[in-house]
Design a protein around this ligand. Structure first.
Ligand SMILES: [Zn+2]
Length: 75
């Protein structure tokens, strides 16, 4: 009786570990493939004047006259 419970517990724990390992590997795979489309680094634009990379939403004027980026307050 006790042995049966022990065997059941053993398989229950073992099954849970295997399931956890599968979830862990899937999480790793998801992390390595990554939500790259949502990362701002892919949309980075290089300023031809200063060479600074910045996301379109975070573009700032670097102070050089040829910089195409304008700060809203100065424009
Ligand atoms: Zn610039």
């Amino acid at each position: 009786m006790l042995l049966g419970i022990g065997v059941l517990a053993y398989f229950a724990i073992k099954g849970r570990i295997i399931r956890l390992r599968g979830e862990f590997q899937e999480a790793l795979r998801r992390a390595s493939q990554g939500p790259k489309s949502s990362l701002p680094s892919q949309d980075m634009v290089k300023c031809p004047s200063c060479g600074t990379y910045s996301a379109p939403s975070q573009q700032k004027n670097c102070g050089k006259s040829e910089c195409p980026y304008k700060t809203p307050s100065m424009a």
